[in-house]
Ligand binder design. Sequence first.
Ligand SMILES: NC(=O)c1ccc[n+]([C@@H]2O[C@H](COP(=O)([O-])OP(=O)(O)OC[C@H]3O[C@@H](n4cnc5c(N)ncnc54)[C@H](OP(=O)(O)O)[C@@H]3O)[C@@H](O)[C@H]2O)c1
Length: 286
Amino acid sequence: MDAVRRLGNTSIEVYPIGLGAMPLSLNGRPDKEQAHSVIEAFIQSGGNYIDTANVYCADASEIGHNERLITNILSKLNPEKEIIIATKGGVKRDRDNWIADGTPKFLRQSCEQSLNDLKTDSIFLYQLHAPDPDVPLTDSVGEILKLKDEGKIQHIGLSNVDVEQIELALSITAILSVQNRCNLFNKKSFANGVVKFCKNNEIAFIAHSPVGGHFEHAQHTDNVSLKQVADKYQTTTYQIMIAWLLRKSSAIFPILGATKVSSINDSLKAIKIDLQKEDMQLLKRI
Ligand SMILES: NC(=O)c1ccc[n+]([C@@H]2O[C@H](COP(=O)([O-])OP(=O)(O)OC[C@H]3O[C@@H](n4cnc5c(N)ncnc54)[C@H](OP(=O)(O)O)[C@@H]3O)[C@@H](O)[C@H]2O)c1
């Protein structure tokens, strides 16, 4: 497996697995010291890309929690290499509900707040968190394009989209990345052609929930075929799930969530696993 992946059509090289920082800010999150250790372990292993969103927090009273947490930890760690931060806007939160709001006014307000919380003048990648069924996609993406023209963001990404929506967005601007749920137990983005479309159009496909999701991951570890492959490589089912994604397409860039250093240290070893064809076939049937 290559030691780095190129991000979309840019020349930017990233460690093949990114850190999805969401679990560091949701209910049940670890304390600040543990969050610090998780990010530190990720960077020490070679990681250089962190995914966040303004709505990664416990409830609406602390919007921006995850962005502020990352900014604070990185300022203390002061890493030698550049750490790429990608964030998202276009979703509203209360305690339990995540509701799309793709109105230009809300997106602009969210982006301004993210700039503030990330303590930056320009966000590397700003992703529309999810299309809003009540707002034309071109209106949402159009506003993000205006933010890009103003220099407030450098690249535009989409999340939770299908091919038709990507094509619509591409009709008005360049798209660096598409972030969808994608793992061995959720192959929708393969079935509906999104991964292939991204590969063909040099768009990075960012696989969120790569080991099954923050709340559901543990239930997948007992799968017989998955365990069989993990036993063969004398490794964990987590590493196999990530190795499978990395092998499926060079466009795929998994972002892993973790609240424990042990999870990071284990899962990042996936880049060393080169799954054989027969094992890919076995996993395909899951
Ligand atoms: N765009 C969207 O709509 C969207 C939606 C969901 C997520 N995301 C992004 O994608 C990222 C990843 O998704 P996710 O966090 O939901 O799911 P995930 O990465 O599939 O699963 C994360 C969980 O897996 C556990 N884990 C990982 N490696 C492990 C290992 N080797 N051994 C044991 N446990 C391990 C971690 O447990 P511990 O907590 O015990 O370490 C962690 O909580 C998020 O953080 C977020 O940035 C985006």
